[in-house]
Design a protein around this ligand. Structure first.
Ligand SMILES: [Zn+2]
Length: 651
């Protein structure tokens, strides 16, 4: 996560705006007089806590996030706003690339990890002591030699200092070894590290599985026992400067293209499962580091696909984990504490993904299933069910569904889950399914407690974050994420397009032809992306002799360099090779504007609902709504016509 994202997550926009603007609540949003234009009659300034954005629906017709708010309010630049908000959020700003040392240091540690990977790999494939480990992998686990090569699997000798001596011999320092977690430090009776005490190999007599970051750099190890008497069965590297287990998915780098190709990712529970599944042609498989799927990981995945399948082990542990999840979700929905992150339903809602769950038949591991029969694995994945249905079936497993107590217990556990489903049609369907499943009358299943709508009965003036959306809106998404990704994608396309920037004018001509404004930094509301876009568009006004991309690189402000380099190096997600790039960009811009219109429309409608009939507020919102609908119509016409536009002829 970039520093900018960190700050956005920490700073509450309602609190921030309230420092200087008198806001009052209308539904789930807040409204007040716009601080940026002269107005005394109609409040037109709306703050959307949901998306962390603000918007003037009046004269300014502008909007943005917390950064642009501070920039406008204080008349300062992005860097200053960043510093101010970082302070507020308690986020420490670390300069990007200003001083190359941190990056070099990191590279130094990657080099060390690479050396360790090679060392373990040599032990496995060349060293006589590695033979039992090699036989275990190729025999019992069914791995092919090329799989062992591809994942660079290895073996840690049953030695206390094999790796330590090897790395020290290569010139790495004691501190380097400690920093990467490949060694343990000597501890006293109380478990405290003894300063300058002995260090020794963390992993001994284990199969070593290198864990890479999303770009393929080795950052940690997963280590599995060979001797059944050893424990624990699996040992991971500790958290280090390189390795954050909540941000890492095993084999993501290797799985990325398959995930895109199949438009689906499958999460399993073990590294060995992932490796075997990749070997057998199911390369869209990854696994988290023994924890529940974090938001960060889910977001990493949603950049490749919206379809996530969780393949849980069928053993008792997996079953209990699933049931425990229900309790977590129930607790979350019963409590008033906002911002629970660890439950799937909310993740699904917030990230706008489709999460399905499947249970592997009891007593079987995914790797066993796929080695036995390829189709069997495919069939299992195809039976994955939506979260609510999966929970229903899990709870009913082995129970007597004719028993009245069992029925009422299951209903009591499932109804709170169904209540969390944001989409009304989906919610009703689940309710009907539950009634059929339990063979009871639908009317018995009520959403008890549903009257607790977000914020009602809440004495605090400004709740920090809204609770789960329970609107019947079919289009529930997190606009913050959605627009961020879309804007980001367009910038990625544009960067590629700058090899031939002259024809950007062609895109603008099309937009104008349909009475829409030309592309500009105003299309980018996320301040960090807006900053980058501003440099992009400035680059077009430069002398033709000058290399546009060189100009961009030279002029990107330091505060957004991490964001810029990340997007510059990343291929656009949805790039359709059969389309011309300019057509692709026009299409993306049109769809994004359309979606933003849709968002404005629904926000304006809810503002209208909240305003007094016949009041000036109401008339004002109606005017704005008309304008939005008008714009929306123009965009619809443009989108209808996009396929007919012949770019090469400039028509
Ligand atoms: Zn204004």
């Amino acid at each position: 996560m970039s520093q900018v994202d960190d700050i956005k997550n920490q700073v509450d926009i309602v609190d921030l705006v309230s420092e200087t603007v008198n806001l009052r609540r209308t539904g789930k949003n807040y409204i007040g007089f716009c601080p940026f234009h002269e107005n005394t009659r109609t409040p037109s300034f709306v703050v959307f806590p949901d998306s962390g954005t603000w918007r003037c629906f009046g004269q300014c017709a502008e909007g943005g996030d917390v950064f642009s708010y501070v920039m406008k309010r204080d008349g300062c630049d992005f860097q200053t706003a960043l510093e101010l908000l970082a302070k507020k959020a308690g986020v420490e700003l670390t300069p990007y690339n200003r001083d190359d040392k941190p990056k070099e240091e990191k590279q130094h540690l990657y080099d060390l990890m690479n050396e360790a990977v090679s060392y373990f790999h040599n032990n496995l494939t060349q060293h006589p002591a590695g033979k039992p480990a090699l036989e275990f992998l190729t025999g019992k686990r069914g791995l092919k030699p090329q799989t062992i090569e591809k994942f660079r699997l290895g073996y840690a000798l049953p030695s206390w200092d094999g790796l330590t001596q090897h790395l020290l011999g290569k010139g790495y320092t004691r501190q380097d070894l400690i920093d990467t977690g490949v060694v343990s430090e000597q501890r006293d009776d109380k478990g405290e590290v003894i300063p300058n005490g002995r260090i020794y190999d963390r992993f001994r007599n284990r199969v070593m599985i290198p864990i890479n970051d999303s770009r393929g750099n080795p950052i940690a190890f997963g280590a599995r026992i060979l001797d059944p008497n050893d424990s624990p069965k699996f040992l991971n590297s500790p958290q280090t400067v390189l390795f954050d287990k909540g941000k890492t998915l095993f084999a993501l780098n290797e799985a990325r293209s398959a995930i895109r190709e199949k438009d689906q990712v499958v999460l399993v529970e073990g590294y060995m499962d992932v490796i075997v599944l990749h070997q057998e042609g199911f390369a869209n498989t990854v696994c988290p580091m023994g924890t529940a799927l974090t938001d960060f990981q889910a977001k990493q995945l949603t950049r490749q696909t919206k379809h996530i399948v969780l393949a849980l082990d069928g053993d008792a542990a997996g079953y209990h984990a699933a049931v425990k999840d229900i309790d977590i979700i129930r607790e979350a929905s019963a409590s008033e504490t906002p911002g629970d992150t660890k439950n799937l339903l909310r993740q699904e809602n917030r990230l706008n993904v489709d999460i399905r769950i499947v249970t592997i038949p009891e007593g079987l591991d995914p790797d066993e299933v796929v080695l036995e029969n390829h189709e069997a694995w495919e069939e299992i994945i195809q039976t994955a069910k939506p979260i609510v249905i999966h929970m229903m079936e899990t709870l009913a497993k082995g129970r007597d569904l004719d028993d009245a107590k069992t029925k009422s217990e299951i209903a009591a556990k499932i109804m709170p889950l169904i209540r969390e489903v944001p989409n009304a049609i989906e919610r009703e369907t689940y309710r009907q399914q539950l009634a059929r499943f339990l063979d009871i009358d639908e009317s018995l299943l009520t959403y008890t407690g549903q009257t607790v709508s977000p914020g009602s009965g809440n004495k605090r003036a400004f709740p920090a974050k809204p609770r789960l959306k329970t609107t019947s809106d079919a289009m529930v998404f997190d606009p913050k994420d959605s627009f961020y990704n879309k804007e980001n994608e367009i910038l990625r396309c544009l960067y590629r397009y700058y090899d031939n920037p002259g024809s950007l004018a062609a895109i603008d001509r099309k937009l104008r032809k349909f009475h829409l404004e030309a592309m500009s930094p105003m299309d980018f509301n996320q301040t960090d992306l807006h900053e980058i876009a501003s440099v992009y568009f400035r680059a077009l006004d430069q002398d033709e002799e000058l290399d546009t991309k060189a100009f961009i690189e030279k002029n990107i402000p330091e505060s957004v360099q991490d964001t810029f380099f990340a997007l510059k190096n990343k291929r656009p997600d949805n790039l359709n090779e059969t389309l011309e790039l300019d057509e692709e960009i026009l299409r993306s811009v049109a769809f994004m504007r359309q979606e933003k219109c849709e968002y404005d429309k629904s926000e304006l409608q809810s503002l209208l609902e909240g305003s007094e009939p016949g009041s000036e507020d109401m008339r004002n919102f109606e005017t704005m709504l008309d304008r939005t609908l008008q714009r929306r119509r123009q965009l619809d016409i443009l989108i209808d016509n996009i396929n007919m536009i012949d770019f090469r002829n400039g028509k």
